[in-house]
Design a binder for this molecule. Structure first.
Ligand code: AMP
Length: 191
């Protein structure tokens, strides 16, 4: 199996690149942000509770997102592999993911971390906000908070995979195609 953690701050291009990677490598795309937004749209209890955190740009509690990932893994028993997009976002989530995959007799192949400058992240998120209507992309204070939360709580996940020799930094500035080519080259170094 090829199990990739597609990593990076909000606005790094994870969702865009994941769409191309799943097609090329025939993987299942698991985005915790997308799953949470569909729970929210369906007005489930989980979605309503998650909204309180998402609206502020804070992280939804670990137990909630870990439970979501566990059920998605169970729903896809014959997948070739997975792209985890926006997950894990804390070291506790990374540890839980390792446990879940171990139980399924598999593991994370590697982490591809998109590196993008802060100014560019803000520009991309504000641009997306105009099209997607996402409330958390439309307010500069929420955008800033999401980037701060990333730096404080999520960036340490790099050390977790780095210590296992699974971290690959990928330059995330430039055209979508050029970034995709760099990601594919990085995948080759993992196989
Ligand atoms: P995203 O679409 O990845 O930018 O996620 C949007 C929002 O959903 C985040 O700002 C968080 O509030 C929440 N979220 C998504 N993934 C996670 C996660 N792995 N852990 C905690 N909160 C998450």
């Amino acid at each position: 199996m090829l199990n990739i953690v597609l990593f990076g701050p909000p606005g790094a291009g994870k969702g865009t690149q994941a769409a191309s990677l799943v097609e090329k490598y025939r993987l299942v795309h698991l985005s915790t942000g997308d799953i949470l937004r569909s729970e929210l749209a369906a007005q489930t209890k989980l979605g309503t509770e998650a909204k309180l955190f998402m609206d502020k740009g804070e992280l939804v509690p670990d137990a909630v997102v870990i439970g979501m990932i566990e059920s998605k893994l169970d729903q896809n028993p014959s997948a070739n592999g997975f792209i985890f997009d926006g997950f894990p976002r804390t070291t506790a989530q990374a540890e839980a993911l390792d446990d879940l995959l171990r139980r399924k007799k598999t593991s994370i192949t590697g982490m591809l971390a998109l590196e993008v400058e802060k100014e560019e992240l803000i520009k991309r998120l504000q641009g997306r906000g105009k099209i997607s209507g996402r409330a958390d992309d439309q307010d500069i204070a929420i955008i800033e908070n999401r980037i701060n939360v990333y730096n404080r709580e999520t960036a340490p996940v790099i050390d977790y995979y780095s210590s296992q020799g699974k971290f690959r930094a990928v330059q995330g500035m430039g055209s979508i195609e050029a970034i995709f080519d760099r990601l594919c080259l990085a995948v080759d170094t993992l196989k």
